[in-house]
Design a protein. Sequence first.
Length: 310
Amino acid sequence: MRILISGGAGFIGANLSRKLLSLGNEVIVVDNLISGSRENIENLEENPLFTFYEIDINEKFDVGPADEIFHLASIASVYHYINNPIETLRVGSVGTYNLLEYARRYHSKLLFTSTSEVYGNPEVHPQKEDYWGNVNPVGVRSCYDESKRFGEAMVMAFYRKYGVDTKIARIFNTYGPYMKIDDRRVISNFIMQALQNKPLTIYGDGKQTRSFCYIDDTVDGLLKLMEANYHFPVNIGNSEEYTILNLAGKIIDLLGVEKKLVYKQALEDDPQRRRPDISLAIKLLNWQPQISLEKGLKRTIEWFRRKLQL
């Protein structure tokens, strides 16, 4: 197939591109490189089935027909989207609209990557797809949360009005190779600090929870969802729940470094509990994560070591 990936030079996009190419597909990546990196895909450009275009999807563009579109373009790191709120809102709204029109023009299937952030600081636990969320629409994180909520609404509108074959994946915390070393997300932050023998930064008391899904499992879930005859949101994540302090301890143990923690003020509107109910994905897609947190962290640490030439 000929497959278009927006945001394909980012963390998830780079991994998805490699998987799709390994399956014999033609892959076209469009990315404006605001948060993606050319370095993530530079060794793919030797492959005749791979093409990269530096394109801003907020502007109209055309790189030809596509059988499938994976819309991954977004600024997903808390630190970076708080500092780029307008860009974050535009790609979730204008960019999503442009890609949906693209899919309508070429009769493409489109998968929109949404996020667990649509649930906000949830009052329901674990989070099922029918939970409407608890989001502060004017908080500092709202640029990301609301861009994804709006994007979901736009996707459903195109499905209902025009019959575009759309899918929505609500991705929970994903980690693995090709993460940006400076994206300040918790796993990359902890690994970088531990490798440099610095104290690990804990925001708040560290008792807030997250559920971490290794990138290979996430990519597998996205591929299965794209092929499913289902048009409503599906949680893609790992249902194992860890506190941030648990995570810090695991990374410290895996690296064999001294336990050093520094506590800072909690981030505004930071969700206190986060765990997906993945029963729909299990039933609909026959999918659930296969890679344990310890195994995934070992692979990720090794990638960071190579990246830093340690």
